[in-house]
Design a protein around this ligand. Structure first.
Ligand code: ADP
Length: 253
């Protein structure tokens, strides 16, 4: 451990090139996905990603509330990202703070660009993201969970939207930062990809990267998103195979 002022800084990268949790620079944290854990919502998904635990629920297309937000030629997308008071070490003040508003806005914009909103004029597609446990990268985990919940709700969209944060840790570009790396690293760059078109629908950056590092970070992030995309598709496939099997068994009985 080194120290900056009074703060103890953990060793973020060891001599073998391993990170604080033993990962290589290009390695994701473990991800597990549960599709449709909720029965009240039209679609839902629960994502455990490292120490993050995120639930997403989708309703719609349904009536617009408040009504003045209604658009005559398309559906509106409304997303609310919320971090539970018990999701972090120090109790977070409950409710919508500026950070939650910002994250809700960028996630809404990402989904507006992939959902076929023109198919459902005068309606609303409502996305709720609840972070139950946070360990950096929650906006990306939220996007992944919401994307799966939208698919589960049968909302037509161009593609799923995998997302991941890339950053700079101990001078090196690293995939999928955890909390200590986010806190003590030099940069944090969350991104979301539409895999079929290769288009980025969310890209934010905190900290400093030079041009070469930014290129490397984008390449690593896109590769990470493609890996997450495979896991998302696998989870959906497994869910519908299981549901199909249950229906067949019911029909045969
Ligand atoms: P993201 O979760 O998308 O990486 P940030 O970079 O803003 O978003 O936050 C990084 C991490 O910092 C969060 O995942 C969470 O673990 C922690 N954090 C964020 N806001 C708070 C807060 N108000 N109180 C305590 N911890 C927080």
């Amino acid at each position: 451990m080194g120290s900056v002022g009074a703060k103890e800084v953990p060793e973020l990268l060891n001599a073998e090139g391993r990170r604080i949790d033993g990962r290589r620079l290009d390695e994701l944290r473990p991800i597990s996905i549960k599709i449709a854990p909720l029965t009240r919502a039209d679609g839902s998904a629960f994502v455990e990603w490292g120490e993050n635990k995120v639930m997403a629920a989708v309703y719609g297309p349904r009536e617009v509330h408040p009504r003045h937000l209604m658009e005559t030629d398309k559906a509106i997308v409304q997303c609310r990202y919320n971090m539970a008071a018990f999701s972090v070490d120090e109790r977070k003040r409950p409710g919508l703070d500026r950070r939650s508003q910002e994250i809700s806005k960028v996630i809404t914009e990402a989904f507006e660009s992939v959902i076929f909103t023109e198919e459902f004029p005068k309606t609303s597609i409502d996305i709720y993201i609840e972070v139950l446990q946070a360990n950096a990268g929650t906006r990306c985990a939220g996007l992944v969970a919401a994307s799966l919940a939208l698919a589960d709700a049968g909302i037509p969209m161009a593609d799923l939207v995998p997302a991941v944060a890339v950053g700079k840790v101990a001078g090196r570009i690293a995939l999928d930062l955890k909390k200590e790396e986010d806190n003590f690293g030099e940069a944090d760059l969350p991104m979301a990809l539409v895999p079929q078109s290769g288009r980025l629908v969310l890209l934010q950056m905190e900290g400093h990267l030079n041009r070469g590092e930014l290129r490397e970070a984008l390449d690593l992030g896109v590769t990470g998103c493609r890996e997450i995309y495979r896991k998302m598709r696998e989870a959906l496939r497994a869910r519908y195979e299981a549901a199909g099997g249950a229906e067949e068994a019911e029909a045969a009985a």
